[in-house]
Design a protein around this ligand. Structure first.
Ligand code: HPA
Length: 270
């Protein structure tokens, strides 16, 4: 696996100048942020040797490398989901490629359903911690010592300093930012109302189908992580209405401009 990651990273390094310090993983409907990158070098996933290829609607499937707010960044426009059938190794492959490219700080974004009844669709939530309910862990298997230890510490998965900076930026932008615990489920079904109730009892504030694997792998190799959930809907059972992917995409459309402003300011200040 290490060789494959090196092969992919070497291919990318060959196409770019310098090394990106900040990585961005852009969730459903949030890929537009990559369009803001200046002097972009765009590499479709299918051009990168050993890289998985993405399929889901609303995901472009390319790396965009360039400058954002004056910083060198690499953005994933479209991620790989476990529910698509990719192995955990494939889901997290790009994070390890980012590590080899020199990324020190990773900003992970997603669309999520709100378990917390005081949140509303359109809110942005800084992830303070997560609960892994995906039924597996991307680090299962032989440990790759070149990335990190066998038993990685997860006591500060979402970096405190980055969160504090993000909170400051949110208040300077007049945003009412939320904070909470992200519960990662495998999907592709949305949760049942009973599962949402369970998530709430266990301390969850939002539910989604991504992020947890990438963050585990990022922390394994000691990258600093900032996680941002875009609350796109109230989770199942809170409102008397069914959930749909259309609703998720519609809400991300609505928050696009404040999301862009927020993340660009974060990239500038970290
Ligand atoms: N559940 C799981 N994933 C999601 C949701 C949800 O309610 N909304 C957006 N992604």
């Amino acid at each position: 696996m290490f060789n494959k990651i090196e092969t992919a990273a070497a291919f990318i390094k060959n196409k770019i100048e310098g090394s990106p310090e900040i990585g961005l993983i852009l969730g459903s409907g949030l890929g537009v942020l990559a369009d803001e990158i200046e002097n972009p070098i765009t590499i479709p996933y299918h051009d990168i040797p050993e890289f998985p290829v993405s399929t889901v609607e609303g995901h472009a499937g390319q790396l965009v490398i360039g400058q954002l707010s004056g910083k060198k960044v690499v953005a994933m426009q479209g991620r790989f989901h476990f529910y698509e059938g990719y192995s955990m190794e494939k889901v997290t492959f790009p994070v390890r490629v980012m590590k080899l490219l020199g990324v020190k700080q990773l900003i992970v974004t997603n669309a999520a359903g709100s378990v917390n009844e005081s949140f509303a669709p359109g809110d942005l939530m800084l992830i303070t911690d997560h609960i892994n309910f995906m039924g597996t862990n991307p680090l299962i298997g032989p440990n790759e010592d070149r990335f990190g230890p066998r038993f990685p510490d997860m006591s500060e998965a979402y970096n405190k300093d980055l969160r504090a900076k993000a909170k400051k930026i949110a208040s300077s932008l007049g945003m009412d930012i939320k904070e909470g615990v992200y519960v990662g489920n495998s999907g592709p079904t949305y949760e049942t109302p009973a599962e949402v109730k369970m998530a709430r009892i266990l301390g969850g504030d939002a539910v989604g189908m991504s992020t947890v694997p990438e963050v585990i792998v990022a922390r394994h190799s000691d990258m600093k992580v900032l996680g941002i959930s875009c609350i796109t809907n109230m989770a199942a059972g809170i409102l008397d209405q069914p959930l749909s992917h259309e609703e998720v995409i519609e809400t991300t459309e609505k928050v696009k401009s404040s999301f862009l402003e927020f993340v660009k300011q974060i990239v500038k200040d970290i």
